[in-house]
Design a protein around this ligand. Structure first.
Ligand SMILES: [Zn+2]
Length: 440
């Protein structure tokens, strides 16, 4: 058990359910599908052309008013925090959440329907370890609306939450560790609650067509209106904890730490997720490059230089860290402040020139072509580059991973390779390169 809990998990099989969406009131069906290791959670819009997907990550967060909206390009999914809370707390690391609308079914306003769905689909352990964010020192965010979130080091994931409504009505406190069993019994069934004064204008504008006492508790003055009695005396603070779990799922890693939350809301929760993601990126930037497998696995500098004729300052590959099958290669280049191009590009503001990244792609693709042709008597000359994009600046101290995949080779003389460079798990540049071979 202790060992399995350290491994990534996906759902055992596809399972689904349907219901009503909150904002449009239309029927929607949601399906959970298994996904491979390191896939993370992605939403898929089955109702749109080409069935686009949206990655669950903080960079895709669009709005946090009343509910959490994610988007990529023009595609959106709304009100995703409860399904994300269930997936995260129940231990699903990798899955596709397929929907035929822009919102999941609202259910009863809690995470219970999603927990039931995950249990129906089952869980399968995968062969890679889970990714954790370990809190090393206290971190905090504070909002103008009075929300305060503090994160403290802890061996487990805990949340201590204080919730209070207008004029401190319904002040409630709960502190608990979050495990799948505790989430299922203590948190999942806590329903959404709204203050009458907040929803009345929305009801008048017909913005919450699917909203009713079936899927939310309405608080009017001191009165609590709901279809069934409160499920817990402190149901509101339990729902606040549910929302924190769902919003922190945007970090993309399991948190080992203690969240102390005072009057939390989606905006403050998302801000904390953003702070954690930024800290994670900083830590990844400082991690050492992977060890080089030599022999069949990769090529060291010496072997690279036997193949490529390039030399200082134009050798843009430090090592090849691996080949995948016949047509994929990954190489690495550490970028230091001593690179000659930083002197002039730009003085006082060092940024790696994009063309040098294209040069690195071309050299790495040549190494792959050499492996296929098994001769050093010819050299691949770079003929053209299509679809070249520079997405993020590459700075001194970055470790750049260069990936190339051979997509086409025509006879002995022409080849095409799709390439991209990655720094800190983000693509910084990409392009499709064409080569011709000439004798040296
Ligand atoms: Zn909620």
């Amino acid at each position: 058990m202790a060992i399995t809990s350290e491994l990534q998990h996906t759902v055992g099989k596809t399972a689904g359910f349907s219901g009503t969406s909150l904002h449009t009131g239309e029927k929607v069906s949601l399906k959970l599908h298994p996904a491979p290791v390191d896939h993370g959670i992605k939403f898929k819009r089955k109702d749109l052309q080409d069935e686009p997907t949206i990655d669950v990550k903080i960079d895709n967060l669009k709005t946090v008013e009343r509910a959490t909206t994610l988007g990529e390009g023009a595609v959106r999914v709304h009100t995703v925090e409860h399904v994300l809370a269930a997936l995260s707390a129940m231990g699903v690391d990798n899955a596709i959440v397929e929907m035929d609308a822009n919102e999941p079914p609202i259910g009863d306003g809690s995470a219970q329907p999603y927990v039931d769905l995950i249990k129906k689909a089952g869980l399968t352990a995968q062969e890679q370890p889970r990714k954790f964010f370990d809190v090393r020192e206290p971190m905090h965010v504070e909002s103008k609306t009075g929300a305060l979130l503090v994160l403290l080091p802890d061996d487990t994931f805990r949340i201590s939450c204080t919730q209070a409504g207008p004029n401190n009505r319904f002040a409630q406190f709960l502190s608990t560790e979050i495990t799948p069993a505790i989430f299922e019994r203590q948190i999942a069934s806590a329903r959404t609650f709204v203050y009458y004064e907040d929803v009345q204008p929305l009801m008048e504008k017909n913005l919450i067509k699917g909203g009713s006492l079936e899927n939310a508790i309405v608080v009017r003055g001191e009165a609590v209106l709901s279809k069934e009695p409160l499920r817990f005396a402190d149901e509101f603070v339990r729902h606040k904890i549910l929302d924190i779990i769902g919003d922190l799922a945007l970090v993309g890693r399991r948190i080992r730490g203690h969240v102390v939350a005072v009057k939390p809301g989606h905006a403050a929760n998302a801000e904390l997720a953003r702070v954690l993601a930024r800290e994670q990126a900083r830590r990844s930037a400082m991690s050492t490059p992977r060890a080089v497998p030599l022999g069949d696995g990769g090529l060291d500098t010496d072997e690279v230089m036997k193949i490529l004729p390039h030399r200082y300052p134009f050798l843009m590959v430090d090592r090849v860290i691996g080949f995948e099958g016949e047509n994929k290669i990954t190489a690495v280049k550490s970028i230091t402040i001593n690179e000659p191009f930083f002197q002039g590009h730009f003085p006082g503001h060092p940024v790696m020139p994009g063309v040098m990244q294209v040069e690195a792609m071309a050299q790495v693709a040549s190494l792959l072509l050499f492996k296929l042709a098994k001769t050093t008597s010819r050299i691949g000359y770079f003929m053209s580059a299509d679809g070249v994009k520079f997405r993020k600046p590459v700075l001194p101290g970055d470790t750049m991973f260069i990936h190339a995949e051979l997509t086409k080779s025509r006879g002995e003389r022409l080849a095409k390779a799709k390439c991209h460079c990655v720094v800190n798990d983000a693509v910084v540049s990409e392009g499709e390169l064409m080569f011709t071979f000439l004798d040296k």
